[in-house]
Design a protein around this ligand. Structure first.
Ligand code: ZN
Length: 391
């Protein structure tokens, strides 16, 4: 069994807005983002007239109904592509959080394995494009069975085109596209260095994003002759796609840099020495003792010596010196739950995950035997990352 947990820092693709759950397949929730509906309307509006012109004897209303059905078929193709990823991931024993249909396409949120295995990632990444290639083949195979310029023929041909396009686009070799994940697992397999593989696939992803943005500007600026605004919309869509790929590729590059720095993060070196005090001790006396002991933090302990609350440096600074003899540390202390307790033997990766999952200004660091080691300030972790050229 390999250790599995949430990635400490989710990629930008997962920070998009929430969505409407529409059901579960293989036990995995399928979520549709609100903007998706707008895109379905845009596709329907854009395709309606084209379908009316290409199918004999179709009324305008019927043409738009067919266009709507086509837009839904397009997303059904995207969903099948995602379900192929999910199916392979699940059969390999990996966890899938959810599948999201967004206006830019689909995304399967597969829980990243730590450290993971390149062969498994390769199989999961290839499943989607292979499914799309298969669907394109099915569309191309059945199309000749229908009369030309009929709705079924248009559907079969459209199905073949759309799935072929989905396969080809997703096989582009930059992160976060499937092809980029294939590249990542290949470089990882060859070099035995996941960090380098993330860096390489991230940079190829950035190059792709730039190429896509340039093509978007080109698409927006070539005259269409008939004065259609469709190319403006398509150009804007491509620009969004370019941004999406850039953001996720940059995340992968950031992650690779982080994995170089993380093992060097030393929790003990960053932890401030803390003085244990009773809850009823006046602040002035606590500060005096802390100075004498060269401690930079105050921790309130119960009668058994267990740490129960922490007094932040900011809270002491905010209290006027003349008032400090008259208030107890309990008045300034903030209770600490189990989620703000860090172990002094945590490594960099686990430390960052804990700090990001439970945002707070201060954490208590305890020895493996439960004894208080000190107080870790979030600002000190950020400063250590900044000193290493990150964040
Ligand atoms: Zn895919």
């Amino acid at each position: 069994m390999s250790e599995r947990r949430e990635a400490p820092d989710p990629p930008p693709s997962r920070r998009f807005w929430g969505g409407l759950p529409i059901g579960r397949i293989f036990g995995v929730p399928i979520v549709v983002q609100p903007l998706w509906f707008l895109v379905v309307v845009l596709i329907t509006a854009g395709l309606g007239s084209t379908i009316r012109d290409n199918v004999h004897g179709l009324s305008s209303n019927a043409a738009y109904a067919v266009a709507l059905a086509f837009a839904l078929l397009l997303y059904a193709s995207v969903l099948l592509h995602e379900l192929a990823h999910v199916f392979v991931a699940r059969s390999l024993g990996m966890q899938v959080r959810r599948v999201v249909l967004q206006f830019l396409g689909g995304a399967s949120e597969i829980v990243e394995e730590n450290p993971g295995e390149p062969a498994r990632d390769f199989m999961v990444a290839m499943a989607g494009p292979l499914c799309s290639v298969f669907l394109a083949g099915v569309g191309a195979a059945i199309a000749p069975a229908f009369e030309p310029t009929t709705v079924p023929r248009l559907f079969a041909e459209g199905f073949a085109w759309v799935n072929g396009l989905v396969a080809a686009f997703n096989l582009l070799p930059g992160f976060p596209l499937d092809g980029g994940r294939v590249l990542l697992s290949a470089v990882w397999q060859l070099t035995h260095d996941k960090t380098r593989a993330q860096f390489v696939s991230g940079w190829v992803g950035r190059v792709l994003a730039v190429a896509l943005a340039v093509s978007a500007l080109y698409v927006q600026n070539i005259p269409t002759g008939d004065g259609h605004r469709g190319d403006q919309v398509r150009g804007f869509y491509l620009l969004l796609l370019a941004y999406f790929i850039w953001a996720n590729a940059s995340w992968a590059i950031g992650r690779s840099k982080l994995s170089v720095v993380l093992p060097r993060l030393d929790i003990k070196a960053m932890t401030r020495k803390a003085l244990s005090v009773a809850a009823d001790l006046p602040v002035a006396e606590a500060v005096r003792r802390a100075h004498a002991a060269a401690a930079r933090a105050l921790v309130v302990v119960d009668s058994y010596g267990r740490p129960v609350a922490v007094v932040s440096e900011a809270a002491v600074m905010a209290t006027p010196v003349q008032r400090q003899p008259w208030i107890s540390v309990a008045d300034l202390a903030r209770p600490v739950g189990a989620d703000l307790l860090l172990r002094s033997d945590m490594n960099g990766d686990a430390l960052l995950a804990a700090v990001q999952q439970h945002p707070a200004t201060e954490y208590l660091v305890v020895e493996p035997n439960g004894a208080l080691f000190g107080v870790l300030s979030r600002a000190d972790v950020v400063a250590a990352l900044q000193a290493a050229g990150l964040r």
